[in-house]
Design a protein around this ligand. Structure first.
Ligand SMILES: *[C@@H]1O[C@H](CO)[C@@H](O)[C@H](O)[C@H]1NC(C)=O
Ligand SMILES: *[C@@H]1O[C@H](CO)[C@@H](O)[C@H](O)[C@H]1NC(C)=O
Ligand SMILES: CC(=O)N[C@H]1CO[C@H](CO)[C@@H](O)[C@@H]1O
Ligand SMILES: CC(=O)N[C@H]1CO[C@H](CO)[C@@H](O)[C@@H]1O
Length: 499
């Protein structure tokens, strides 16, 4: 190429580069200066994290999840959220390039412990409590898998086990907080010294232990699941960390409703991460001290432009077990009411095997997806509906929803009282009355919030893992409240300051 030919193309290239830079800079500046809402704050981080991040999901047969695209970003920054007060970052109205660069640099390195939202101490429990349950064996005294390289991370079993895999994602995230080169949000950081921690994390894969090891094998007198729970109690009761605050600053993940069944009462002072409170007495678990975490959905995540109103021929979708114990009688009632309607899909079916795929397709072709109380108030069907961008209709009076202090579910779900739902004609009249415009509003909102229910490794700003850490952090004030009240009359004892 001669000089002459080069010149115009160079200028052209130069122009493109400059305008690209200006575009990126101005949009980043825009988000930064408007960073007054919880959600747009997370999105801002997303933009920076994005460049250096790896999207990895241990079960490779599922599609990869992308963060909300830039079209969604615009809809996040609506005038209402702009006025709301930030939960965490505060307004950085006068940001500068320097500041933006610092944020970018911070993302690429291990995040500074002092800047982290939560300092977390994690017990080095023997591997039989966690990755050992996934057949991982640490070589040469290795306590934890090396999470730097995704090839070394033990894989969590798929299928229905996955819905309660929260323990796995949180543990991996803490491990990755000490691994250089992994870009993740600076939400929780693992610290070595428990005195410096805000919370103590108990890395027991209790749901996996329940799902996989509840049965007796061979000559066992007691199942592995029971044995591990007993060992865990013994371990905790002997730790200074537990004694210090009676376990109140401990985080125990027990997402499967039957996990930790034997010892939940003894560990009830801790902060539990649960699916719901259905099988817990209020004295052991309650919304004051515990965290509700989303199920990991089992259907595929709908792509960014899932079907819109007119391309969803089914009005209402429900597939699941119809005969359930406890509160599940309502499924039967609704089945009788709805089964003969032509645009209603209401069938008895399990989600095992091929059922997951057909359920996913069915939800993605439906306008509304029913979430009816089963044998527990919650089920992963809600999160499958969200992932399919099918507007959830929640008929479960006792349900507790994840992150409800920051998410307004009424913007993307329809709630119906059980007593109303069983009235003849009530439900269909209500849903047929939701016209295209209103439905589309909810659908647009669903597309945005769906990201908050995605578990992945490494964690990304605003995803389920970060949402859980943020929820823990918000819960800390009530933990402190209880601790301080509890120490009113402990006059002459040395009480550690938790803040
Ligand atoms: C973890 O794996 C990475 C890359 O595979 C390696 O560079 C690093 O040294 C390993 N870390 C430890 C502690 O073994
Ligand atoms: C842990 O932190 C406490 C308080 O900051 C300090 O007194 C103690 O020496 C630390 N322990 C270790 C092993 O570094
Ligand atoms: C450089 C890079 O990885 N960019 C990605 C950021 O995220 C968007 C949205 O998912 C992708 O389309 C880009 O490829
Ligand atoms: C760390 C990293 O992946 N940086 C990349 C960000 O995007 C630019 C342009 O797309 C790449 O050149 C960098 O390597």
């Amino acid at each position: 190429m001669s000089e002459k030919n080069m010149k115009p193309s160079r200028i052209y290239l130069c122009l493109i580069t400059i305008s690209m830079f200006l575009l990126i800079f101005s949009s980043v500046f825009l988000f930064q200066s408007c960073n007054t809402s919880f959600i747009s704050g997370s999105v801002f981080k997303q933009i920076i994290v994005n460049n250096s991040s790896v999207y990895f999901r241990p079960d490779s047969n599922r599609n990869r999840v992308k963060p909300p695209s830039h079209t969604y970003v615009a809809s996040l920054v609506d005038s209402r959220t702009l006025k709301s007060k930030s939960l965490r970052d505060g307004c950085r109205g006068s940001s500068t390039i320097k500041e933006i660069r610092t944020v970018a640099q911070r993302r690429a390195k291990i995040c500074n412990t002092n800047q982290a939202l939560l300092k977390v101490y994690m017990y080095d429990l023997p591997s039989e409590f966690h990755f050992g349950l996934l057949s991982w064996k640490g070589r040469g005294g290795q306590k934890w898998p090396n999470v730097t390289s995704i090839n070394h991370i033990p894989i969590y079993p798929g299928g229905l086990n996955l819905q309660h895999s929260i323990e796995y994602w949180l543990t991996l995230d803490l491990l990755s907080s000490n691994s250089p080169g992994i870009a993740r949000p600076c939400s929780a950081v693992r610290v070595d010294n428990s005195s410096q921690a805000d919370v103590i994390f108990v890395p027991f894969f209790s749901s996996l232990s329940y799902n996989r090891h509840s049965k007796l094998h061979g000559r066992e007198k007691i199942s592995v699941n029971r044995m591990l729970q007993r060992k865990l109690v013994e371990f905790l009761m002997n730790r200074d960390e537990w004694k210090r605050r009676g376990g109140k600053d401990h985080i125990i993940v027990a997402h499967h409703p039957n996990s930790m069944l034997d010892v939940r009462g003894r560990l009830g002072s801790a902060m539990f991460v649960l699916a719901d409170f259905g099988r817990y007495p209020a004295s052991v678990a309650n919304v004051e001290k515990d965290i509700i975490a989303p199920y990991r959905h089992v259907v595929m995540t709908a792509s960014g432009d899932s079907s819109s109103f007119n391309r969803r021929p089914i009005l209402v979708y429900f597939q699941g077990a119809i005969y359930r114990k406890d509160g599940g009688y309502i499924r039967q009632e609704l089945y009788n009411l709805l089964r003969n309607e032509k645009d209603v899909h209401f069938t008895f079916g399990t989600v095992r095997g091929g059922g997951i795929n057909t359920a996913g397709e069915g939800m993605a072709s439906s306008k509304f997806c029913l979430n009816i109380a089963g044998d527990t108030p919650s089920s992963n069907r809600l999160f499958d509906a969200i992932a399919s961008q099918c507007v959830p209709v929640i008929i479960s009076d006792e349900i507790e929803l994840p992150f409800e202090d920051v998410l307004d579910y009424s913007k993307f779900c329809i709630f119906v009282r059980s007593s109303d739902a069983v009235k003849k004609g009530f439900l269909l009249k209500l849903l047929r009355g939701v016209k295209r415009e209103k439905w589309t509003k909810m659908w647009e909102r669903l597309k945005v919030v769906a990201w908050h229910f995605e578990y992945q490794y490494p964690s990304q700003a605003g995803d389920a893992v970060e949402m859980i850490w943020e929820a823990v952090s918000r819960k800390m004030s009530s933990v402190r409240f209880r601790l301080h009240r509890g120490s009113r009359f402990r006059r002459f004892e040395l009480v550690d300051k938790i803040n």
